[in-house]
Design a protein around this ligand. Structure first.
Ligand code: ADP
Length: 248
């Protein structure tokens, strides 16, 4: 018997005033794999991530997490069922330290700074988990630094840490290496590999060398539809993909 897919899109479509941002997308993300979603700008990658994580409601189709329909749920309910997402636009609070950001996220997947300060005493038991996460994302030496004073790459590491606070079975990463130099890219690539142990990762990524290093399988989007999917080898040899994307 084949294992249930970790995450599935079934005929997933989203229209904005008659314009199809995603069109009949079928996606099977296998348990434990690292799956990259690639495609030119405007292909529908962000829309797809928003649909998978409950930030947008589909016009048609379904999203299933371990076989259970989630497209009718709110984002925080989806997080509770085991799917977390890191954002391309930072979800980090600049006025809090690295540790405090993680504590706030542990307390609530969608915290507000005021909420965090008011219940500070309740946070003490979460401290051990913060220790684990700062170590895991390589921010131990910077844990007391204000998030505002982190480099771009370190902020991305913290964002991954924030999404790990919910201990997700499925983690969606939106361009984890964007805007980074080669050193940052190498560090985050290694981090993604580590956090993928024991869970399923779906990432939107533009850097093809990162994709080829990390991804077990790839889905290529174009004009909102799935153009191809398979291993990097298969997809990168597909003439339609070369024309649409890789040969750009
Ligand atoms: P990608 O992330 O691959 O660059 P997007 O999902 O952001 O692509 O966008 C896909 C298409 O849908 C684009 O043509 C974009 O302009 C359009 N689109 C995305 N969000 C909206 C929206 N809220 N309203 C109207 N059009 C949108």
């Amino acid at each position: 018997m084949t294992a249930l897919p970790a995450l599935q899109a079934v005929g997933l479509s989203k229209e904005f005033r008659g314009f199809s941002a995603t069109k009949d997308v079928n996606l099977d993300i296998r348990q434990g794999e690292i799956h990259a979603v690639i495609g030119p700008n405007g292909a529908g990658k962000t829309t797809l991530f928003n649909l998978l994580s409950g930030f947008l409601r589909p016009s048609r189709g379904e999203v299933r997490l371990f076989g259970e329909r989630i497209d009718t749920l709110a984002p925080h309910q989806i997080v509770r069922r085991g799917l977390s997402r890191s954002f391309q636009i930072s979800s980090v609070f600049s006025s809090l330290s690295v540790r405090e950001n993680l504590l706030a996220a542990l307390q609530s997947p969608t915290p507000l700074p005021g909420q965090f300060w008011s219940s500070r005493r309740k946070l003490a038991p979460l401290s051990g988990r913060v220790d684990e996460i700062v170590a895991q994302v390589g921010l131990e030496p910077l844990q007391h630094r204000l998030a505002a004073d982190l480099s771009h790459g370190e902020k991305r590491q913290l964002e991954i840490g924030i999404s790990l606070t919910q201990n997700p079975r499925v983690l969606l990463l939106d361009e984890p290496t964007s805007g980074m130099g080669s050193e940052g890219i190498a560090r985050v690539t290694q981090l993604v590999r580590e956090v993928a142990a024991g869970r399923t990762v779906v990432l939107v990524e533009h850097n093809m060398s990162v994709v080829s290093t990390l991804a077990d399988r790839i889905t290529v989007l174009q004009y909102g539809s799935v153009l191809a999917s398979g291993s990097y080898q298969d997809v990168s040899r597909d003439p339609r993909v070369i024309e649409a994307y890789l040969g750009e």
